[in-house]
Design a binder for this molecule. Structure first.
Ligand code: KIV
Ligand code: ZN
Length: 506
């Protein structure tokens, strides 16, 4: 069977989603998980865009083995040199050169002629080729360009050394049959096409990114560019989990495989959602919380009798734990470790000890600790690893009489405890003002949401916030059985990301 190369761009196009900023540690953590998931190519970033992005690509190139590590570059000499500088230590480095090709982009944005664009493509692919043998070329906005011009530009890029040519539907404008014909035309009209892998990169503005990608695969494309949970610019990119599971579930139709270890899908989806702060909609295919839950009596009856009546995928195939076993305060280290392993976590000794301690504290407050609680605990404990300031204590008084008051103790980077107090419009306002007095970084709170992880009065509450500082948005998450404490943790998480990013870009 033929294989489709999975090119993941969560860390580049995915991170371009408004409010999705990740710091270097978080990018590394996602890259390591992508490698475990088995993606063939990780597009780690756009090195020329910022010092932070450059450093993230460099660290990923150095530390993540197995997958190809790709750096994006415009068709400019400086971009290409910077991309190579960032990616050169990778086991398998790739440079991805892109340049607008449609008339709309040529006339209104680049103000360059067809000939100039053609020459730039040739020259810049050749420049990148001097650094590494693995070169990808993308004519941006290809789906709105004249097909004959795309054929010409691809031929030139392949002649100059590109071994993957990627066809972007940059603005999510294409319709599957039409996009499929464009791909088919490329195979028929580009004379040297057999020297390159044909790739597609589809955006989701009309909700057709996955459909367009699959249609292209049907017509011969053998690399698909996608992101975890479909995150990305505007309405996002094609979702990796949907493409991979469509190819696997409908093997009878596609007769194709991928290298993806599908049992890692759910965990990767949770990690990306957790670190970017983009919640997964409940009805999202493959990874939404409702994707495998059956409400209607007829469906439940069918699934009990024989799962395939209403379930086309066994949830375990994508790593959703089958059992709903609960742990409690009498559960020991061994049982907890086993449960973690079943949920797909393999923590080092120090991380395990922290999470186990948090589990014991939770089990004291809550009789039954479910899988979702454990996932929330792991995320919460691992979140605190990259802290600049640590939340030590928080005390809030509020009610319908009197003024809400909060006091906090934070541990500063030098280990000193720092405390302060503030009044506010409400308990969270008072709390955030008290923290601001200690940390002293101006920012605006632009989003605040609370949700419970499981059912029941003793459930863990998860708070998700976004703050804005100097035009950049930072996400924070916090979990606790007390939602005021969860709010404090979420705010500290966002502030720590802001501070870490400032340090990285200094
Ligand atoms: O959407 C797009 O065209 C891109 C290119 C850089 C491939 O992201
Ligand atoms: Zn894109």
């Amino acid at each position: 069977m033929d294989r489709v190369v999975i090119f993941d761009t969560t860390l580049r196009d995915g991170e371009q989603a408004a409010g999705g900023t990740l710091n270097i540690q978080e990018k590394l953590e996602i890259a390591r998980q992508l490698e475990k998931l088995g993606v063939d190519v990780i597009e780690a970033g756009f090195p020329v865009s910022s010092p932070g992005d450059f450093e993230a690509v460099r660290r990923i190139a150095r530390e993540v083995r197995g997958s190809v590590i790709c750096a994006l570059a415009r068709a400019h000499p400086d971009d290409i040199d910077r991309a190579w500088e960032a990616v050169k230590e990778a086991e398998h480095p790739r440079i991805h050169v892109f340049l607008s090709a449609s008339e709309i982009h040529r006339v209104y944005q680049l103000k360059k002629s067809r000939e100039e664009i053609l020459q730039m493509s040739r020259d810049m692919v050749a420049r990148a080729k001097k650094y590494t043998g693995d070169i990808e070329f993308s004519p941006m906005d290809a789906s709105r360009a004249e097909p004959a011009y795309i054929h010409q530009i691809l031929e030139a890029a392949i002649d100059a050394g590109a071994n993957t040519v990627n066809i972007p539907d940059t603005v999510g404008y294409a319709i599957p049959d039409e996009f499929g014909s464009l791909i088919e035309g490329i195979f028929q009209k580009v004379p040297n096409i057999s020297r390159a892998v044909v790739s597609v990169h589809c955006h989701n503005d009309l909700g057709l990114a996955v459909a367009n990608s699959l249609e292209s695969v049907k017509r011969g494309a053998r690399q698909v560019e996608c992101t975890i949970n479909g995150i990305g610019e505007r309405a996002g990119n094609a979702s990796l989990e949907e493409i991979v599971m469509a190819v696997k579930t409908r093997g009878d139709f596609f007769n194709l495989t991928t290298n993806i270890d599908t049992r890692q899908i759910y965990k990767t989806s949770r990690l990306v959602s957790d670190l970017t702060g983009f919640l997964v909609q409940p009805n999202k295919a493959i990874v939404g919380t409702n994707a495998f839950s059956h409400e209607s009596g007829i469906h439940q009856d069918g699934v009990i009798k024989m799962p395939i009546t209403y379930e086309i995928i066994d949830p375990r195939t994508v790593g959703i734990p089958a059992s709903s076993l609960v742990l409690g305060k009498l559960s020991g280290r061994h049982a907890f470790k086993e449960r973690l392993a079943e949920l797909g976590y393999s923590l080092g000794e120090t991380d395990f000890n922290r999470v186990f301690f948090a589990f014991k504290e939770l089990a004291d407050k809550k009789k039954k600790v479910a899988d979702k609680d454990i996932e929330s605990l792991v995320a919460e404990e691992l979140r605190t690893v990259t802290e600049v300031y640590h939340l030590d204590r928080v005390q809030v008084s509020c009610g319908d009489r009197g003024i809400p008051t909060a006091s906090v103790v934070l541990i500063a980077p030098d280990g000193q405890p720092l405390s302060d107090a503030a009044l506010g419009e409400g308990p969270v306002d008072a709390l955030y003002k008290a923290i601001n007095k200690v940390v002293g970084v101006p920012n605006n709170l632009i989003e605040f949401t609370v949700k419970s992880v499981t059912e029941g009065i003793d459930a863990i509450g998860e708070v998700l916030i976004r703050i804005e500082s100097n035009g950049v948005t930072y996400t924070g998450r916090g979990a606790d059985t007390d939602i005021i404490v969860a709010s404090a943790k979420a705010y500290m998480n966002a502030l720590n990301r802001l501070l870490a990013t400032k340090r990285e870009t200094r």
